[in-house]
Design a protein around this ligand. Structure first.
Ligand code: NAP
Ligand code: F7E
Length: 338
């Protein structure tokens, strides 16, 4: 039985990747950080009980290299998927040093833990389209230069290059997946797609009267997270490590997402969406669109879920969530403001 270690297992991608690896017969070890409640494990709690009981959770932290060394030494994984990060771009302007410690140096901590262990490990790094930032050309591919526009993007560039450097310097089997935005019903509530799908559901159920957003003209290449974790796994099954762009090749504005989401619930976004300067970023990534030709040719990967299906899936899920979750409905809970 192969053993895979996932950092960031409690995140959106970690939950989909766990399901995929368990279905392939892996033993899955996940790193969780200590918090005062176990709420952060919600995405794992709702996995099928048969999947859940096969996952082994261990306390550790990206900023605590000793915890990473101990976990790798104890479980001897053959594959490590490094998904942990402070992954919110706007919050990275509020917490730039923390973001660089977790997202940037944290990746180096994992690589050092693997190197020191002397184990033969295949390593996946969660690189990001945010590394392209102020884009040199469109669409972006593996040769597009990086020009990050946030502390998050800069940290990811560091993590990407240190991963490449350890591949070249020590012959490690390290691959970077440069993934464009990927979403799902499990997306964090303060990323724009989920903020919109949840906003639509709350307005539909008359729990809210409007949805306040920032720059609705920005463009993203949005895919479905469930499709994208397959690309991560495929990268580690290749004989040679390499870097791949993973994207749909189609981009839409935030306004398009609003239009599709409100219309899926029988409403017109123009009646409810308001722009608010609070949600604008100090420097923005205006437009991203990826070219995943290399992943298609070398990995045989292509996206299975189109934009309309993704929007419909997220809105339907949030309508059910809002309708069924009594405590959510009555707690007066406010979405975090990002
Ligand atoms: P996410 O939902 O924000 O999950 C991030 C994960 O990292 C969570 O499990 C979180 O734990 C964990 N984490 C944060 N700080 C940590 C620390 N100090 N020590 C240990 N764990 C820590 O992110 P995602 O959307 O699944 O994305 C997965 C990875 O892909 C991230 O590295 C992200 O930057 C990158 N990425 C994402 C996208 C996208 O569109 N989703 C695109 C390109 C790249 P808690 O649950 O305790 O917070
Ligand atoms: O913003 C605009 C915002 O926060 C998308 C992360 O997973 O993908 C994600 O980063 C766009 C931006 O994602 C609001 O200004 C408008 O132009 O959903 P987002 P992101 O910044 O693209 C990349 C690939 C990652 O790697 C990251 O980890 O939407 N926008 N109004 C808004 N964004 C938010 N969050 N909230 C708004 O109210």
């Amino acid at each position: 039985m192969k053993t895979a270690l996932i950092t960031g297992i409690t995140g959106q991608d970690g939950s989909y990747l766990s399901e995929l690896l368990i279905s392939k017969g892996y033993r899955v070890i996940g790193i969780v950080r200590r918090s005062s409640s176990v709420d952060s494990r919600g995405r794992l709690d709702h996995l099928d009980p048969d999947v859940r009981k096969k996952i082994i959770l261990q306390y550790g932290d990206m900023t605590d290299a000793s915890s990473l060394v101990a976990i790798i030494k104890r479980f001897e994984p053959s594959e490590v998927y490094n998904l942990a990060a402070q992954s919110h771009v706007k919050i990275s302007f509020d917490q730039p040093i923390y973001t660089s410690e977790v997202t940037g140096v944290g990746t180096l901590n994992v690589l050092e833990a693997i190197r020191i262990s002397g184990l033969n490990v295949r390593f996946y790094q969660a690189s990001s389209s945010e590394q392209f930032g102020k884009v040199a050309h469109t669409p972006q591919n593996e040769s597009t230069p990086f020009y990050p526009r946030s502390p998050y993007g800069v940290s990811k560039v560091f993590a990407h290059w240190i991963t490449v450097n350890y591949r070249e310097a020590y012959g490690m089997h390290n691959s970077c997946g440069i993934l464009f935005n990927h979403e799902s019903p499990r997306r964090g509530e303060n990323f724009v797609t989920r903020k919109i799908s949840l906003g639509v559901a709350k307005i539909k159920e008359e729990m809210d009267a409007e949805l306040r957003l920032g720059n609705i003209d920005s463009q993203r290449d949005w895919g479905f997270a469930g499709d994208y974790v397959e690309a991560m796994w495929l990268m580690l099954q290749q004989e040679k490590p390499d870097d791949y762009v993973v994207a749909t090749g189609v981009s839409h504005t935030v306004r398009d997402f609003c239009e599709a989401a409100f219309s899926h619930a029988g409403m017109d976004y123009k009646d409810y969406v308001k722009t608010d300067s609070e949600y604008f970023r100090p420097s923005e990534v205006d437009a991203l669109r990826g070219d995943a030709a290399k992943a298609r040719e070398k990995l045989g990967w292509k996206p299975k879920t189109d934009f309309k299906s993704l929007v419909g899936m997220m809105v339907d899920s949030d309508l059910a969530f809002v309708r069924n979750n009594f405590s959510y409905k009555h707690s007066g809970f406010r979405l975090s403001r990002r």
